[in-house]
Design a protein around this ligand. Structure first.
Ligand code: ATP
Ligand code: MG
Length: 719
């Protein structure tokens, strides 16, 4: 049937339809939040498949998260029907990169079963390299080296390509050398880090045109979502592959570029038209997601940014009953969590699904209090993308055991657990093993197995290590014989790891044992232990039961592309949002990126957006007075409802605060005043600022001195 008559094209607007039917040649869809960019991509894939332009395996589609990839697969199959087999090349840059790299690993000196290191391992490795180079690690911390190396990798720079000046950036001019040493060490460990998943592929494609040509032929159609957040190496990767068919379609929104701090370059949008001459650009302007109030609030806010390509957005959703964007203030973050919990329970009583509610935070530390509160009142929630389950200590330890079992050369994993639980191994013993390994050029596990046959070690550590080496040999032998879930349990038991937590009397120990159980449970979803380990390296999401009805908690960064009926946005306070670090490190550009983050946050909401700020916040254990975010002033009065200081939530427990804070008693109102933000008598409300923001000015209660010079967030006075 002619494509225009296909059901999947129903209900689309003409521009969307155009973007879907223009299958050939480069295409850029540049459009604001909620205009259907992702829907266009999904439908475009469905259209390509339905009209037989390509088979599923010939389409390369890049999403920003694994979750988004899963959702897209799901939607495509519902559009095209069951007939479509899986989409093997739909995923994140990293997951696709891994797949390509496994096929050609030997071309960059790796084996196809290479391990993917996480941040923790990376840092440990860098630390060793810094030490080995005789550099003072206190002055030149591993984290800093890691930032340099990540930065280079994001820019697509291998050690031989970094500009000479930059190469001298770290450790008294040794940055470049250390980068090279790090890469060599990774190779020796048969491992790579996240950046390598792309960089190695770029290296391979550049050095082996035949391999590249193969992929260029394979991928007839290339599609990229969230294009505004690609970094240079992702862009290079895309360009290499897309020069084949040239049927590359990127969709994005410059106003939602929020990964500048990780090397993303909005300029890639501009570069697109340059690098793909004749590219068609389509703009979508109708927002299908949000109410007029929400859209107006978001548009008004983002209009304060200067560096914009500029877009119009409108909605046809005319609803007189639509709720305005709510701004509510609370005493402190604990009350904020309590108030949000109550509101969610109210929504739930009114029949709203929890899965349609999200709490979006600026910084992950904000989650703990929310989580604690939700646990307290029995409100089911899931944390998305944030403090990952797999990053918990007990999970990392367990994974290290599994990694050594599968991958005996994985020295980092081995080091992690060699003395966990305690096996009576001192530093001296560990060093002896290291020295042996270096001398013989073998991995630590092998060194261990060999050194225990010599007279080198004292009897006690020797027998402990002999036992460990024998255990790993046995477990490895069991890999093909036992179901991996069962084997994993055996490993943890025989290693004494389970017992270690059973003996532990701390309050967290039972939770840790539950987490371990959960780990074993979750691995049964994967056919083998190695495939599970690979999954763990790649996942950003922590959820275990995606069908249960739960509130979502996540950072604003991980909320990209998602939508919910109701969105709670806590913590709109100077220093936290906009985040002080962004302002300090990147000045005006940092502020604009924070504002885009606010725009992303508000535009996640379909029906309700509720913004909160607390007058006091406990950060890393100490109380800090806070000042309302400047972004609140940038919301349009007509679309916002300011909620009075929340006495209705009751029980501020002022005494506690007063007792802790010598200034607390001078604070006479829990409300927030614009005046709080003013310093040195400068009143920006009346100071010729023509933006309407009067609604934020609460009656002056004479407590203006409260925030003066006391906010540890600093810099509160100026824009
Ligand atoms: P973001 O920039 O936040 O990623 P987006 O541009 O990708 O947003 P989508 O998520 O694709 O937008 O679409 C937003 C919502 O609007 C979705 O619920 C989608 O199903 C709906 N939508 C998109 N196009 C239409 C349409 N033509 N008719 C009805 N609903 C639509
Ligand atoms: Mg989208």
């Amino acid at each position: 049937p002619p494509p225009a008559e296909s059901a999947y094209l129903d209900n689309l607007n003409p521009e969307q339809r155009d973007a879907i039917l223009t299958t050939e040649g480069p295409l850029l869809v540049l459009a604001g939040a909620g205009t259907g960019k992702t829907r266009v991509l999904t439908t475009r894939i469905a259209h390509i498949l339905a009209t037989g332009r390509a088979r599923a395996g010939q389409i390369l589609a890049v999403t920003f998260t694994n979750k988004a990839a899963r959702e897209m697969k799901h939607r495509i199959s519902s559009l095209v029907g069951e007939a479509v087999e899986g989409m093997p090349w739909l995923g994140t840059f990293h997951s696709i990169g891994t797949k390509v790299l496994r096929r050609h690993a030997e071309l960059v000196g790796l084996r196809s079963d290479f391990t993917i290191l996480d941040m923790d391992d990376q840092l440990r490795l860098m630390k060793q390299i810094i030490q080995a180079a005789g550099i003072d690690e206190k002055r030149w911390p591993a984290r800093q080296l890691s930032a340099f190396i990540d930065g280079w990798k994001n820019k697509g720079l291998t050690p031989d390509r970094i500009p000479p000046l930059e190469a001298r950036a770290f450790g008294n001019g040794k940055g470049g050398e250390l980068y090279r040493a790090y890469q060599d060490r990774l190779k020796a460990l048969n491992a790579c880090d996240f950046g390598d998943l792309l960089l190695h592929v770029i290296t391979i494609w550049r050095a082996h045109p035949d391999v590249l040509a193969d992929y260029q032929r394979r991928f007839r159609y290339i599609l990229v979502d969230e294009y505004q957040d690609t970094n240079v190496s992702q862009y290079m990767w895309l360009r290499l592959i897309a020069t084949g068919s040239k049927n590359v379609c990127c969709v994005g929104d410059d106003d939602q570029s929020i990964y500048g701090w990780r090397g993303a370059e909005v300029d890639n949008i501009l570069r697109f038209e340059h690098d793909f001459p004749g590219a068609k650009v389509i703009r979508l302007e109708r927002n299908y997601r949000s109410t007029g109030h929400i859209l107006a609030a978001a548009s008004h806010l983002i209009a304060h940014n200067e560096g914009r390509l500029g877009k119009t957005l409108f909605t046809d959703a005319e609803d007189k009953t639509a709720e305005k964007v709510v701004v509510a203030s609370v005493w402190d973050s604990q009350e904020e969590a309590r108030a949000i919990g109550e509101e969610i329970e109210r929504l739930q009583r009114d029949g709203h699904a929890l899965s349609q509610i999200a709490v979006l935070v600026r910084a992950s530390f904000q989650m703990r209090e929310l989580e604690e509160r939700f646990l307290n009142i029995g409100l089911p929630y899931r944390v998305i993308g944030g403090p990952r389950f797999y990053e918990r200590q007990e999970i990392r330890d367990a994974l290290a055991y599994f990694r050594v079992t599968c991958q005996p050369a994985d020295d980092l994993a081995f080091e992690r657990i060699v003395n966990v639980p305690k096996r009576g191994l001192g530093d001296a013993t560990i060093q002896q093993v290291h020295a042996y390994a270096r001398a013989k050029g073998v991995p630590l596990l092998q060194a261990t197995a060999e050194i225990v046959e010599t007279e080198e070690l004292k009897p006690k550590p020797r027998s402990a290590l002999a036992g460990l080496a024998a255990s790993f040999a046995r477990w490895r032998g069991d890999l093909d014989r036992l179901p991996h879930g069962q084997l994993a349990g055996i490993i943890l038991d025989e290693a004494g790891y389970t017992e270690m937590w059973q003996q532990d009397k701390s309050a967290e120990a039972p939770g840790r044992l539950e987490n371990l159980k959960e780990l074993l449970r979750s691995m049964e979803d994967y056919p083998t232990l190695p495939s599970f380990l690979e999954h763990v390296s790649l996942v950003m999401d922590t959820e275990n039961d995606p069908t249960a009805d739960k509130v979502s908690i996540m950072t604003l960064h991980s909320a990209k592309g998602l939508e919910f009926d109701t969105v709670f946005l806590p913590g709109w306070e100077e220093g936290l949002f906009p985040h002080q670090r962004s302002l300090d490190e990147n000045g005006a550009a940092g502020l604009e990126e924070e504002r885009r983050l606010a725009y992303v946050g508000i535009t996640r909401a379909r029906k309700r957006a509720k913004i909160w700020f607390a007058s006091n916040r406990r950060i890393h254990g100490s109380w800090q007075a806070s000042i309302p975010s400047r972004f609140l002033d940038e919301l349009p009065e007509a679309h916002v409802e300011v909620r009075e200081p929340s006495s209705n939530y009751g029980g501020y427990d002022r005494s506690r605060f007063d007792a802790m804070d010598p200034f607390g008693s001078s604070y006479s109102s829990p409300g927030w005043q614009r005046a709080q933000r003013l310093k040195g008598g400068e009143d920006r409300t009346r100071g010729g600022d023509d933006r309407k923001s009067g609604s934020w000015a609460q009656p002056d209660t004479g407590s203006g001195g409260f925030a003066e010079g006391r906010s540890n967030f600093g810099g509160a006075g100026g824009r």
